[in-house]
Design a protein around this ligand. Structure first.
Ligand code: SF4
Length: 531
């Protein structure tokens, strides 16, 4: 057992500020597992929603701890010293918990899950585990969209929101005498999927959601977390729009929002701790109470950090988002534009004209914002090379119209997501994305515009994990051992999705049993309009 690992966990725990008390004892034991590094996990509201639900429904009956994937240096130390993954608070081995509640927002974290299990002496494949191993339960956005790549590793998968799913699981954990009766009971509950009980034809399973009554927020504040300078508060969930590429817009339904009075006492605690609140939601700029919330925070002497805003709201100088920014301009404003060509934007669901785009840049300049960051997608259906060339023109026009500071063009290849009209598309072509990157590097004026281009290989790796079936589990196992790049190189020679071949819209999809969003027929019709 490595002394250095224990000391480093103790230091992390000692530096934290707790909002929820530690639950150190109970008839059962739970570990909330984030299969990525501590600083990433502690910045993720999905992890905190899970922790809060475990506290709300497990308090007095379960101990609750947290486990993370160590960084590269600590990972080597774990392997050298044969030290398993340990609970941050109790120091207990991951293998010794009754259940692991795994929070998976991003598909590539599946590799981290396999590494965590293997490092702790827990067989990653569920079929090879016995009753002595902890129950592995996954939830979060990635398995809700498509549980199949994770299915071989998990005893149970919860589809939807932790607040809705956890109470039934915790009851069953205490009441059922053995694992098989637990799985059978859970498989009958809404939103729960037991892969081992339905290896070939999984039954329909509907995503679960709750009525929001209070914001998700950090259960524990970690100084070492990403974005630790403010406290995040979730003020809305879901989005009223349905951009064709966006899983949140299609799947996280219905749209729900919280008003200022519902944010108390969370707001009081957040301002006391940090004095700065990050407003979180997929569509914050359309929130009906945005102005009241921001002014409420200002009136209490606090500051506000806003996420990326819909450009339409920034283009209209009378809209709440534009007025608030004009009153207290942040250094940087982020705009999700997605396509430089207005026709392509419209096809993707962004009804945003070139005039509105430039008006938004002008408004931000007039408000005193120093820098703009603009998000664009490459490799979307219907895209032509002239649309890529238009990215350069658009960037130049934004520089001319917008703030005098830096413009960051943040470009990523589109990862087709299950549950959206893009779900039949293949992964974007590697050579094409590299060509786009080379073109932008060559033609954007470096003095004024910074280009941030997501690695084409990383985009394709995400696409493989998003769009695969159970067979993808073998790739995940391989990547946990040899690294994802090597696995992707081999997969690119073997997997049609990585060779430009999309799925047949008339054939069942691996995630067809997941019931959420508009349904496959509607998605198919929308897809036909994209081409
Ligand atoms: S991209 Fe933004 S506006 Fe469009 S559906 Fe997604 S969250 Fe909503």
């Amino acid at each position: 057992m490595s002394k250095r690992i224990r000391q480093s966990l103790r230091r992390l725990a000692e530096a934290e500020i707790r909002r929820l008390p530690r639950l150190a004892s109970g008839a059962g034991s739970l570990a909330v597992v984030y299969p990525n590094e501590y600083r990433t996990g502690m910045a993720n509201l999905g992890l905190h929603a899970l922790l809060e639900a475990a506290h709300d429904h497990g308090g007095g009956r379960f101990s609750v701890d947290r486990c993370f994937l160590p960084g590269a240096r600590d990972l080597a130390e774990h392997r050298r010293a044969g030290t398993p993954i340990l609970g941050l608070e109790s120091g207990r081995s991951l293998a010794a918990f009754d259940a692991l509640l795994v929070s998976l927002s991003f598909e590539p974290d599946a590799v981290g899950l396999v590494q965590l299990l293997a490092l702790s002496g827990v067989e990653p494949l569920a079929a090879r585990r016995d009753e002595r191993a902890p129950l592995v339960v996954a939830g979060g956005m990635a398995p809700t969209l498509n549980p199949e790549p994770l299915a071989p590793f998990c005893d149970l998968i919860g589809l939807g929101e932790a607040e809705a799913l956890l109470p039934g699981l915790l009851e069953a954990l205490l009441e059922e005498p053995d694992r098989s009766s637990l799985l059978e009971r859970m498989a009958k509950q809404p939103g729960w999927y037991a892969p081992a009980l339905a290896p070939d034809h999984p039954p329909p399973c509907a995503r679960q959601h709750v009525t929001l009554t209070r914001p998700s927020m950090p259960a524990v504040l970690a100084p070492g977390a990403a974005f630790a300078g403010h406290v995040d508060l979730e003020i809305s969930r879901g989005c009223r729009w349905r951009c064709a590429f966006c899983a949140a817009g299609h799947v996280v339904t219905p749209y729900r929002e919280l008003q200022l009075e519902q944010l108390e006492p969370a707001l009081g605690w957040a301002l006391k701790q940090r004095g700065r609140v990050g407003l979180v939601g997929t569509d914050v700029s359309d929130h009906s109470g945005l102005e009241a919330i921001v002014r409420g925070i200002w009136d209490r002497g606090g500051e506000v950090a806003l996420p990326s805003l819909r450009v339409e709201q920034l283009a209209d100088a009378h809209a709440a988002a534009a007025r608030l920014i004009a009153e207290r301009p942040p250094r940087t404003v982020t705009m999700a534009v997605e396509a430089a060509d207005a026709g392509l934007r419209r096809a993707l669901g962004k009804r945003l004209s070139d005039e509105q785009l430039l008006a938004a840049a002008r408004n931000m300049a007039a408000a005193g914002v120093a820098n703009l960051r603009v998000y664009l997608l490459a490799g979307v259906p219907g895209e032509r090379w002239e649309h890529i060339e238009a990215m350069v023109d658009l960037a130049r026009e934004l520089v001319a119209a917008g703030p005098g500071g830096r413009l960051t063009l943040s470009v990523t290849g589109m990862v087709p997501k299950p549950g959206t009209p893009m779900q039949w598309e293949p992964a974007p072509d590697r050579r094409y994305l590299r060509r786009v990157r080379a073109h932008l590097r060559a033609h954007l004026p470096r003095k004024e515009i910074e280009l941030s281009f997501e690695s084409p290989d990383w985009v394709r790796w995400q696409a493989l994990l998003s769009l695969g079936g159970r067979e993808v589990a073998d790739r995940i196992l391989a990547a946990a051992d040899e690294g994802w790049r090597r696995t992707l190189t081999r997969a690119a020679r073997e997997v049609p999705l990585l060779q430009g071949q999309g799925r047949d819209p008339d054939q069942p999809l691996p995630w067809a049993h997941v019931e959420c969003g508009p349904g496959h027929d509607k998605l198919r019709r929308r897809r036909a309009r994209l081409k």
